[in-house]
Design a protein around this ligand. Structure first.
Ligand SMILES: [Zn+2]
Length: 491
């Protein structure tokens, strides 16, 4: 007899009718660059004791244990280029196992679970179009260099979005990105998506939408590792009473660094799918089976980590209490310097007869070590340059690299000017103008220093110009101690 009993038939009908709920956990794994732009060395960070710096400490607390637990095989993730570079050099086994996890996932599902990331974590809506393109191309190149294939998706720094940025992504062959539910409007009937977003010039892009409340429940209300089932019952079970996708997207460092128990909790969530009625998904894999059929719109100039548009990175907002007027003044100083550095570079391009921005976009190959400087010049039709011209051009390209690094989002994230992050931006600016002066003799320091004097720390009266002076005298001391190291920190 092969017939099922009535009870069996009922339960199989129930099973057939049961909603198919998917849960995706996305980890944004990222550390800003920490290398001194003049020496290429990471200074000792006493707050990270007993480790030499925060990269070392967070590796031990988060990246390595998540690798050991096999978590990278079950989540969707992006590994920022600056962090990937550091892991490759200093925690190579961990790095290799993260890359291997992505490739194994791709072998199994025909699509990877890794996303690219715009390389210098710039707030892209605040950047000029050509800088958006540069950051996206550098991010894609960095991903391809490490994972060996083109990324389907990309992580926008701080999820900061405008239509021009989305258009750049689509033009560069990116299929999807993730935003937070407060950054979009329209009928979110498919939960986390995917949704179609129409773009100018008949383009479109797919947007996944994270569940902000569910993400925050995990990030800020993480259960102890013995209470994962209770947490899932309370926060996930009711969401899973209908079809669709639910996305938890949060900093990867939540798992192990911000919360010690996070590695284990994540592992339990990845293993608990059957018990709690969901299936695990990652974004590219879900998109393969669920093409978008609903269109939504994006609220421009928004981000996931500030409820005040982009004010946090522009002029200051309530997210960082106190007088944040230094942010606007510092941004003006950086913008003016960037404009001057660009003008000199464009002049050089006209003189030598090349398209400046495409060459800058391709310079990532030199930075990643994929090609030598000589091959780079030859490959871009510049093999005929006299050695003096070639040297000048390469210095100007290096200046462009540091001029991009001035805009790392954390420069403007916190409330105080006299912190490591704004200092790091100014140090990269000093490096960019030193390289420019070395290449062409143009000295941009006077105007930059004057602009910086308007950036004042309300707490200490210290100005950006004071920080500039400290950095310049330290750099001069280092130059006197020996030949300056032509640092090549990689994204
Ligand atoms: Zn804010």
């Amino acid at each position: 007899m092969n017939e099922s009993t009535p009870t069996q038939r009922t339960s199989s009908r129930k099973r057939a009718q049961a909603p198919i709920c998917h849960l995706c956990i996305h980890g944004h794994f990222y550390q800003p660059p920490r290398e001194d732009p003049f020496t290429g060395r990471i200074p000792r960070e006493p707050t990270a004791a007993p480790y030499a710096n925060w990269n070392e400490r967070i590796t031990v607390e988060c990246y390595e244990p998540n690798v050991r637990a096999g978590n990278f095989e079950g989540i969707s993730f992006n590994l920022g280029g600056t962090l990937a570079h550091w892991l490759d050099a200093h925690a190579h086994d961990t790095y290799e196992r993260i890359v291997a996890a992505e490739l194994a996932y791709r072998d199994r599902h025909g699509v990877g679970n890794g996303l690219a990331q715009c390389v210098h974590h710039t707030i892209l809506p605040l950047a000029r179009r050509r800088d958006k393109i540069c950051q996206v191309r550098w991010g894609i190149a960095s991903f391809e260099h490490r994972f060996g294939h083109h990324p389907q998706g990309i992580w926008l720094p701080e999820m900061a979005v405008d239509y021009e940025t989305l258009g750049v992504l689509a033009s560069e062959g990116i299929r999807f990105t993730i935003l937070s539910d407060e950054q979009v409007y329209g009928e979110l009937s498919a939960g986390g998506g995917p949704y179609r977003v129409a773009l100018p010039d008949d383009q479109e892009i797919v947007v996944f939408v994270r569940d902000r409340h569910l993400s925050n429940h995990l990030s800020f209300g993480m259960p102890d590792s013995g209470y994962v089932d209770e947490w899932l019952q309370k926060h996930v079970a009711w969401r899973c009473q209908r079809d669709g996708l639910h996305i938890i997207a949060t900093d990867g460092e939540t798992f192990g660094h911000h919360h010690r128990q996070g590695v284990h909790v994540l592992n339990r969530i990845l293993a608990a799918e059957e018990r709690h009625g969901y299936r695990l998904a990652t974004l590219g894999q879900y998109l393969q089976q669920h093409p978008p059929d609903t269109e939504i719109k994006v609220i421009e100039n928004t981000a996931w980590s500030c409820a005040h548009g982009l004010s946090r990175w522009l002029v200051g907002c309530e997210c960082t209490p106190g007088d944040s007027r230094w942010k606007g003044a510092l941004r003006r100083a950086l913008d003016n310097l960037a404009s001057d550095v660009d003008q000199i570079y464009v002049c050089e391009a006209r003189q030598l007869g090349f398209e400046p921005w495409q060459l800058r976009d391709r310079y990532i190959d030199v930075i990643l070590g994929r090609t030598s400087r000589e091959t780079f010049l030859t490959g871009n039709g510049l093999g005929h340059l006299m050695s003096e011209e070639a040297e000048r051009l390469l210095h100007l390209l290096e200046a462009q690299f540091h001029r991009q690094r001035m805009y790392i989002s954390c420069t403007f994230f916190f409330g105080q000017l006299n912190r490591y992050e704004p200092r790091y931006a100014i140090a990269n600016a000093v490096r960019a103008l030193a390289l420019t002066r070395y290449a062409t003799g143009d000295d941009l320091s006077h105007g930059f220093r004057r602009d910086l004097s308007s950036a004042v720390s309300a707490r200490t009266d210290l100005t950006g110009a004071d920080i500039f002076d400290e950095i310049v005298s330290r750099a001069e001391l280092e130059a006197r101690a020996g030949p300056p190291v032509c640092a090549r920190p990689q994204p």
